[in-house]
Design a protein around this ligand. Structure first.
Ligand code: NAP
Ligand code: MG
Length: 491
């Protein structure tokens, strides 16, 4: 019986790989040859006179040139934001602020297809993800915070909430449009003005958002979007006239920022790395759990700060879970991100692919056993097969360090206490997942695991109303929900 079942599954998997290509059309994506800096409501040439290429990581072709902002440009943007804050935005009634934010949300919806295609072209993530998750969730964040703009007194009763002033916002490459929305929407709702820098490899959707903001007639200077590399980010962090830094990115850069602003009056929220534990108990619905684990680490190439990169399986079900995982991994489709069938798209950059490959070597050298899907991957572009490691020790680097790729380290456990200790044995504390039939186990886990978000019998679920953020080296402060408003207010 069992053998027969395995065969049918295999057949189904093979047929999934043989699906005819179903690429999304690129024709909706209007990408200019060159992009300038969005400062004071206009697109301006950089005083550096320098531009850098942004490429499509799926085929290594150039998409566009993007302006490289230097310290002079950063200063221009901050001056524009300060003026807009003092002269316009601070005095704009909350109800009017809400209208602008609502308008931006509607315009994101109207241009959803274009934004999804550009997100996929520039960053490499499957169109299914950008179309069904990134873009609608970005719009939802603007809708949600539009609703709060004129209700801040109700959100914080008896505390007369006041804006902070100018916010400097720096975001990573894994959710370019969504991270911009997470940062811009609550800052506008609370009456702050903004200088935002997207990541170097994924500037295009932030620049499209600049076009939307311009079309929405937001007063000039309220939102400024400037592109560049790490040094542009550092110039924002170190600018004396910025009141708040909101950063999402690596723990290493987060530490640099923390040092840079120490002793200044700048407020900060830092959303940093993660090494989440997904925990499967023997009473869990195993097929559902395996699907959740696959979704948690492989979809989106593992380019997710809260990716479930460590899996803990209760010993009694380890063999069956491992087999189910291997079977499912064999079925995943790796390839053209624009294809609607693709599960795993391109790794965001050559540099990131090198990081992942380095960890694949380290894992093997440390004595862990590696299993990879046998699928073919495109010759051009940056790709990585879904990979699992078994025989992993707690001290192994692949179990301790953030890899940020489609790589899962699997360990086993016997008791609840044991798995709590193992799950907490990491410098990070961003997220975790628990799979069990018993509510009591869920409550025990959620109260003892040190992570900002813990999902039960599901994974990677996001909603603008829920706060998100970490413990320990995963950073501090919360984004989303009511907490996300507080981070932009003097209370
Ligand atoms: P990163 O290297 O830290 O970069 C993040 C942003 O900071 C980019 O815009 C980057 O510019 C800029 N930057 C680099 N050096 C800087 C400096 N010295 N001062 C100011 N800004 C600087 O991170 P990443 O590789 O883009 O993103 C992946 C990381 O983000 C992972 O660790 C992931 O866990 C984390 N992440 C966390 C969350 C969360 O909510 N906790 C969400 C998503 C991602 P360039 O790109 O031009 O270098
Ligand atoms: Mg790119």
């Amino acid at each position: 019986m069992a053998a027969k079942k395995v065969n049918t599954i295999k057949l189904k998997f093979e047929s999934a790989r043989n699906l005819a290509p179903a690429p999304e059309s690129k024709s909706v994506a209007k990408i200019e040859e060159r992009y300038e800096l969005f400062i004071n409501g206009k697109f301006e040439k950089p005083s550096s006179k320098k531009y850098f290429d942004t490429i499509n990581p799926a085929n290594e072709e150039k998409l566009s040139s993007v302006a490289d902002a230097n310290a002079t440009d950063v200063n221009k943007a901050v001056v524009a934001a300060r003026n807009a804050y003092e002269k316009v935005w601070k005095k704009t009634s909350p109800k009017e602020r809400a209208k602008y934010i609502y308008r931006i949300a509607r315009m994101i919806q109207e241009r959803a297809r274009e934004l999804a295609v550009i997100e996929t072209l520039d960053g490499g993530k499957p169109i299914r993800e950008s179309r069904d998750f990134d873009v609608p969730t970005a719009a939802n964040h603007f809708f949600y915070y539009a609703g709060w703009a004129d209700k801040l007194e109700y959100a914080f009763p008896n505390r007369s909430p006041q804006p902070l002033g100018v916010a400097g916002q720096i975001i990573p490459w894994n959710f370019p449009l969504l991270m911009a929305a997470w940062k811009i929407a609550p800052a506008l709702a609370t009456g702050n003005t903004i200088v935002l820098k997207p990541a170097e490899t994924t500037s295009l959707t932030a620049l499209k958002l600049a076009e939307i903001i311009q079309e929405a007639d937001l007063p000039p200077g309220v939102v400024n979007i400037i592109t560049g590399a790490g040094s542009t980010g550092a110039a924002i962090v170190n600018h004396p006239d910025i009141n708040k830094i909101a950063f999402t990115g690596s723990t290493d850069v987060g530490k640099i920022i923390q040092k840079a602003i120490a002793g200044s009056n700048k407020k900060a929220t830092l959303e940093l790395g993660g090494k989440a534990a997904n925990i499967i108990f023997d009473d869990a619905p195993l097929d559902q759990a395996v699907e959740g684990v696959i979704n948690g680490i492989f979809f989106n190439q593992g380019h997710v700060c809260c990716a479930g990169s460590r899996l803990f399986v209760q010993e009694s079900v380890y063999k069956v879970v491992l087999q189910k995982l291997k079977d499912r991994i064999e079925s995943l489709i790796v390839g053209d991100p624009l294809d609607k069938n693709t599960d795993i798209g391109a790794i965001n950059s050559k540099q990131q692919l090198e990081v992942i490959n380095k960890y694949l070597k380290i894992g093997q050298q440390e004595g862990a056993e590696m299993f990879q899907s046998s699928c073919a991957i495109p010759k051009k572009g940056f790709y990585c097969r879904p990979t699992i490691f078994t025989n992993v020790a707690q001290s192994n680097r692949i179990a301790q360090e953030e890899i940020f790729g489609p790589v899962l380290a699997i360990q086993t456990f016997r008791t609840e206490d044991e798995v709590i200790e193992k799950a907490n044995n990491t410098p990070f504390g961003l997220s975790a997942g628990v799979w069990t039939d018993k509510g009591s186990k869920i409550f025990n886990m959620t109260s003892k695991i040190r992570a900002g978000v813990i999902w039960a019998n599901t994974y990677n679920k996001f909603d603008p109303t829920s706060p998100f953020g970490g413990y320990k080296e995963s950073g501090y402060g919360r984004e989303g929900g009511l907490h996300g408003l507080g981070a932009y207010l003097k209370l």
